[in-house]
Design a protein around this ligand. Structure first.
Ligand SMILES: [Zn+2]
Length: 224
């Protein structure tokens, strides 16, 4: 284990610092969450929190089933207001019992491609392994019940990486570490796609061989 050990909030704080450094979001845009093991609750970033300056007090515990403030252990719920995108996180945890972490960012290259009407190409084995496929959620107002419901419906088939049109991306996984890797790989795949577009060669960009995709589907033992 060379990832951040221990408290999920420390893991999410590491994600926040890294994704800001990597340019995947700026200011207090984006938000992060993790399901608390064996609880009907998740930690979610507070409203207005800058992702590169998170500490344990930057997270609100929220009940997944109804969105109420949650009690964690014997501690009373802190009076921290959760992100305005809380409905999106809760809808994904309800739709996907296998998901334990949700990362929502505003990555420039993925959003530029979306605005140009281009989808992100899956070119390398890393991108195929971590992303598998990327779906695009049609525009709905950020923070709305509509965007939460539509995104959860589109993720229900096991899709882990989605672009929210004109807004951002949302990636999910069974661990904070894997969600983090997916977020980084999503923007890397977008950057590679964008370079091919800028070269005028997008039409001739080869995607990852079907043979590798078939192996990914057939076996969870494939490593990237
Ligand atoms: Zn957003």
């Amino acid at each position: 284990m060379n990832y951040v050990p221990g408290d999920l909030r420390d893991q999410l704080a590491h994600v926040g610092y890294d994704v800001v450094q990597a340019g995947l979001v700026c200011g207090s845009g984006g938000n992060l969450s993790a399901r608390i093991p064996d609880e009907d609750a998740c930690w979610v970033t507070a409203s207005g929190a800058w992702l590169d300056r998170l500490s344990r007090t930057s997270f609100a515990p929220v009940r997944i089933s109804d969105g109420a403030p949650a009690t964690v252990g014997t501690l009373p719920a802190p009076r921290t207001a959760p992100t305005s995108e809380i409905a999106l996180h809760l809808a994904l945890y309800r739709a996907r019992p296998d998901v334990n972490a949700v990362v929502h960012l505003h990555p420039q290259t993925a959003l530029l491609l979306d605005a140009l009407g281009e989808h992100i190409r899956i070119v390398t084995t890393d991108h195929a392994f971590y992303l598998k496929r990327v779906s695009t959620v049609p525009f709905r107002l950020p923070g709305s019940a509509e965007v939460a419901a539509l995104t959860a419906a589109m993720a229900a088939d096991g899709t882990d990486c989605l672009v929210l049109s004109q807004h951002g991306c949302v990636v999910m996984a069974d661990s904070v570490e894997l969600a983090h890797k997916r977020a980084r790989n999503l923007e890397e795949a977008a950057a590679l796609t964008y370079r091919a577009l800028a070269l005028g060669r997008l039409d001739s960009l080869r995607e990852v061989p079907e043979e590798f995709l078939d192996r990914l589907h057939d076996s969870s033992a494939v490593t990237a």
